[in-house]
Design a protein around this ligand. Structure first.
Ligand code: NDP
Ligand code: BG6
Length: 507
């Protein structure tokens, strides 16, 4: 991408907001305001501002068109916010190159407005600042665009959305748009998520709402569609006739890390499984969409979610790491799971009888997110392949993105013996010199481009909560208790027993 080049695929063709009505394939120009609400917070510091900086460095946020506004209650000046961002970016991945000049220019684009999340005056002040920026650019051709990024606790989404609607919508005569980006967790169960969706849905059209799940911005998650539907090799294999089980695993080797207060309210199922792992599950299990249009892809995701059978209590193992309750922000008797394994079954022609084992845990022995597709044993096996292990296709989402296929091959040498080996596509070796973009970078760019493919639609969210709400309510009511496990371990032993029972040989 050439520096300063500003091309997006869609351009608003009417006064209003709905990107659904935008005409396709036209370059979009004009002034863009990105407003980070909750600019004083952890997500803004660690993810949102760094992603914006990387986009800026790659020429996606040209300084003559873009302004960035931080908004939060904390009373700080423009320079205070800039210094915070500078401090954080100093330890960022771009720091090996000298980016100081870019950083200084980027920081000049940032302004800060202080105000409450239900404070009309605060939002009017914000609107005034955005408008000043738009007026200062009004000599430019094009429409003005306003992107509101809610890096905030979900409890304030309704009031913030109301204030944006009341005070801060795009007012350009030339069209343009207003979009909002909301973070997970979107609700705590089916009812609360639906309530939140209705509240926001009354204020914004679905085409203006971008529910972010940053796993959908990861390189190897985005690769799943291509892998499955652009390779003849996988098409005949990807079904119950050939696949024994699928494991989708998330492990972290650190605990709640200063976020105990937040985490205790949600737990690992709401924090990781209901969103990140379930999105990966959809892409592994869904049918081929009729096209790559966001609606077609999301239609297929909804269908597969709706085909998931109720989760059985005996196919769930919960855990909590020892020491979790020592965090002062966690209640002494908390039974919030920091680990969970569960088996999902899909009632359809492709997957009937194939267990999908979803596992996520904090404070485990490693940090890894991967998908393991285990194939069935070879029928009429004359080589005793079973001894080496099954064919397995592994997609490692992180760290060190890779895909590898475990195959049984002849042991090189004089003897006719077999050994298991790998066909290995490790990205670092294969794509040397290529920087894989951060998930947030990609997704923010998508929101500017008006591409909702990698965002969660309302009915998708509903279907996701339908799967987990019964089990979550049992946990919340104390009907299911987590087993304790040692930090740095594999999690509770019962999890391995469940895996063995479901047919997965964990590695
Ligand atoms: P923070 O707790 O850091 O909150 C962000 C900002 O919101 C704070 O700086 C504060 O700003 C304001 N705030 C905090 N608590 C409240 C409250 N009770 N009522 C009103 N305002 C409040 O959150 P994060 O930045 O960690 O997360 C923001 C969103 O992103 C959440 O939905 C979270 O689940 C999600 N998320 C976070 C990730 C992370 O790594 N942090 C990862 C993925 C998602 P001020 O007081 O200045 O107004
Ligand atoms: C966030 C969770 O959504 O994802 C965190 O709230 C978790 O608890 C994080 O640590 C993991 O993201 P990643 O990209 O590091 O795997």
């Amino acid at each position: 991408m050439e520096s300063g080049k500003w091309l997006v695929e869609k351009r608003s063709s009417f006064k209003g907001d709905s990107s659904a009505k935008e005409s396709e394939n036209m370059s979009e120009t004009g002034c863009l305001s990105i407003i980070v609400l909750g600019a004083s917070g952890d997500l803004a510091k660690k993810k949102t501002f760094p992603a914006l900086f990387h986009l800026y460095c790659q020429g996606f946020l040209p300084p003559d068109e873009v302004h960035i506004f931080g908004y939060a209650r904390t009373k700080i000046s423009d320079d205070d916010l800039r210094n915070r961002i500078r401090g954080y970016l100093a330890s960022d991945r771009g720091s090996s190159m000298d980016r100081s000049e870019d950083l200084s220019k980027f920081l000049k684009l940032i302004k800060y407005v202080s105000g409450g999340y239900d404070d009309e005056e605060g939002f009017k002040r914000l609107d005034k600042k955005i408008s000043e920026h738009e007026i200062s650019k009004n000599s430019m051709e094009g429409s003005s665009r306003r992107l509101f990024y809610l890096a905030l606790p979900p409890s304030v989404y309704p009031s913030v959305c109301k204030m944006i609607r009341q005070c801060c919508m795009n007012k350009s005569d030339l069209g343009g748009w207003t979009r909002i980006v909301v973070e997970k967790p979107f609700g705590k169960d089916l009812d609360s998520a639906e309530q939140l969706s209705s509240q926001i849905g009354e204020l914004f059209d679905e085409s203006q709402i971008y529910r972010i799940d940053h796993y959908l911005g990861k390189e190897l998650v985005q690769n799943l569609l291509v892998l499955r539907f652009a390779n003849r090799l996988f098409m005949p294999l990807w079904n119950r006739d050939n696949i024994d089980n699928v494991q989708i695993v998330f492990r972290e080797d650190f605990g709640t890390d200063g976020r105990g207060g937040y985490f205790d309210e949600y737990g690992i199922i709401r924090d990781i499984i209901q969103n990140h792992l379930l999105q990966v599950f959809c892409l592994v299990a869904m049918e081929k969409p009729i096209s790559l249009k966001p609606e077609h892809i999301r239609d297929e995701k909804v269908k597969v979610l709706q085909s998931v059978l109720p989760i059985k209590d005996e196919e769930v193992v919960l855990g909590q790491y020892e020491g979790y309750r020592e965090d002062p922000t966690v209640p002494d008797h908390s039974n919030t799971p920091t680990f969970a394994t569960m088996v999902l079954h899909i009632h359809n022609e492709r997957w009937e009888g194939v267990p999908f084992i979803l596992k996520a845990g904090k404070a485990l022995n490693s940090r890894k997110a991967e998908i393991r597709v285990q194939f069935k044993d070879v029928p009429g096996d004359i080589f005793k392949c079973k001894r080496q292990g099954r064919n397995e296709f592994v997609i490692r989402l992180q760290p060190l993105e890779a895909m590898y296929m475990k195959l049984t091959v002849k042991q090189p040498g004089l003897e006719m013996s077999t050994v298991q080996s790998e066909l290995d596509l490790s990205y670092k070796q294969r794509y040397q010199g290529v920087t894989i973009p951060e998930a947030y970078e990609r997704l923010i760019l998508d929101t500017i481009r008006g591409d909702q493919q990698h965002f969660v639609r309302r009915d998708e969210l509903k279907a996701a909560w339908e799967i987990f709400t019964p089990i979550l309510h049992k946990i919340d009511n104390g009907e299911m208790e987590p087993s304790m496990y040692k930090p740095g371990s594999r999690g509770p032993e019962e999890a391995d027993q469940l895996l063995a029972k479901a047919g997965g040989l964990d590695k």
